[in-house]
Design a protein. Sequence first.
Length: 188
Amino acid sequence: MTGPGRAASVPLAAPAASANPFRILRRHRSYRIFWIGQTLSLVGSWMQTMAVGWLALDLSNSAFIVGLVASIGALPIVLFGMHAGALVDRGNRFRIVQATQAVFLVQAGVLWLVTLSGQVTIAILLILQFVQGLASAVEIPARQSMVIQLVGRDDLQPAIALNSSGFNLARVVGPAIGGAVIGSLGIA
């Protein structure tokens, strides 16, 4: 209530946050390093995903096999994703991400080596894709849950927006680079 001699109580609004999500890259050095590394890693993952589909088609000339190879990598994420999230909640997220990135490195190295040597088969491709899917089932929740530790609650929304845009950028750029690399250097 206001009356003679009383001022109306007006709540003070919080200062408006910048609509530019890139500002947090300047504010949080650790997140900036994380975001750049994650985006570059995702570009490589999309390059590999496109190349694996191409390789499956080269080996089998079967649309079914191409679909099977793509699906086998997603199967562990669907089957073990919730359990992996619970595991991540109890562990050191940074160490989990490091370990799963090492698995991705070994998996990609083996894929390159067997392809380069001409030893790759559909069975090997299926096994390697399943291994990648198992690592992804653990790595995805670990990596995503690190964001709040890197930026805090106040900057969580723009950090999530940047993560999404980095993923979508990689989804476009990765296959394009992969196609150019395959076209100029070959599938291996």
